[in-house]
Design a protein around this ligand. Structure first.
Ligand SMILES: NC(=O)c1ccc[n+]([C@@H]2O[C@H](COP(=O)([O-])OP(=O)(O)OC[C@H]3O[C@@H](n4cnc5c(N)ncnc54)[C@H](OP(=O)(O)O)[C@@H]3O)[C@@H](O)[C@H]2O)c1
Length: 303
């Protein structure tokens, strides 16, 4: 084989591999988005535990799980908001049970959080855990300007909170060799190489992505599916964004969330495909991105 012929065969082979990979991803996307049936969530167990269930995405998920016939254990820091959520669920879904546990992931100690949850789940057939509680910056700022309380809160709720709740719940799943744990990360982990001016929030969500990937490998042979779902913008009190074509309401988001829950191939999943498609196309260099984020934040420009 002369050199030109070899070169032609090699480049054609590489081209075919690349096209096959793209086709595989495309057909997998079609299957996962349009064809794959929704998993029977009761298969994991009859109770779902949701942190951050008093507002936004967590609350919508609690209602969505209840609509699928699951009993709900609501975890939250505010007893009144827990009562309201519980009533909302029971008013709509008569056949489910709801329990509430008051846990403040920022102000309770690790020991208190673990004990409260272990006591609450004792004797329950827990199938699903969703770590949805989260804290973000109220507005963008440089890292050195983040006050200690906010810094503490982001690390305690987003990082330590999800870790401790998982540690409290996973032994019961290991015992019955079944369960699903879904950590709510952030689309920034998947679509952006960095997310300046909200550094601590972005870093806390990157932790969750890695935590989910590692624990998934540790426990998938024990029948436990662990995912990190990574939404982009959803219209909640955290983002203060209005719902639009690309910014779903938490109720719309939660329906897609349920659809992808437990999909083994979807370790890191941005449920809303419209957002995913758009953001995957955006490729700007770090300086341009920093300038763009800076301009978006009027208070930084005005200095
Ligand atoms: N919205 C988005 O665009 C978006 C995008 C990517 C990722 N996420 C993630 O999705 C999750 C839900 O966010 P969201 O938009 O629904 O926010 P949200 O409406 O502000 O709800 C946050 C939930 O976390 C709870 N929480 C906050 N601090 C807590 C603490 N110390 N102890 C216990 N619970 C606490 C809140 O309780 P209270 O009701 O008492 O305030 C609330 O239930 C978060 O992890 C967030 O980072 C959201």
């Amino acid at each position: 084989m002369d050199y030109t012929h070899f070169f032609l065969v090699a480049t054609t082979t590489l081209g075919l591999i690349s096209i096959s990979k793209s086709l595989f991803h495309f057909f997998h996307w079609i299957y996962a988005t349009l064809i794959r049936p929704t998993k029977n969530l009761k298969h994991y167990g009859s109770w779902a535990i949701i942190t951050g269930s008093t507002d936004g995405i967590g609350k919508s998920m609690a209602l969505e799980f209840a609509s699928n016939g699951l009993n709900i254990l609501l975890l939250g820091r505010n007893p009144l908001k827990l009562q309201v959520t519980s009533k909302d669920i029971l008013d709509q879904f008569k056949d489910v049970e709801v329990k509430c546990v008051v846990v403040d992931l920022h102000n309770n100690t690790g020991d208190e959080i673990m004990k409260k949850i272990e006591q609450a789940i004792d004797g329950l057939d827990v199938g699903i855990l969703v770590n949805a509680a989260g804290v973000a910056y109220p507005y963008a700022r440089y890292f050195h300007e983040v006050d200690l309380d906010l810094m503490d809160s982001i690390i305690k709720v987003n990082v330590e909170g999800a870790t401790l709740v998982t540690k409290a719940v996973i032994p019961s799943m290991i015992k019955k060799k079944k369960g699903a744990i879904i950590n709510i990360g952030s689309g920034s982990t998947v679509v952006l190489p960095s997310y300046p001016l909200v550094t601590l929030y972005a870093a806390s969500k990157a932790y969750l992505a890695m935590f989910s990937a590692c624990t998934n490998l540790e426990y998938k042979h024990q029948g436990i599916d662990i995912q990190c779902q990574v939404p982009l913008f959803v219209s909640t009190k955290m983002t203060r964004m209005k719902a639009s074509l690309f910014v779903p309401t938490p109720d719309v988001y939660s329906k897609t969330f349920i659809f992808f829950t437990g999909g083994k191939e979807d370790l890191l999943r941005t449920p809303k495909s419209k957002q995913r498609v758009i953001l995957k196309q955006i490729s700007i260099d770090d300086d341009a991105k920093f300038g763009f984020l800076f301009l978006l934040n009027q208070h930084l420009c005005e200095r």
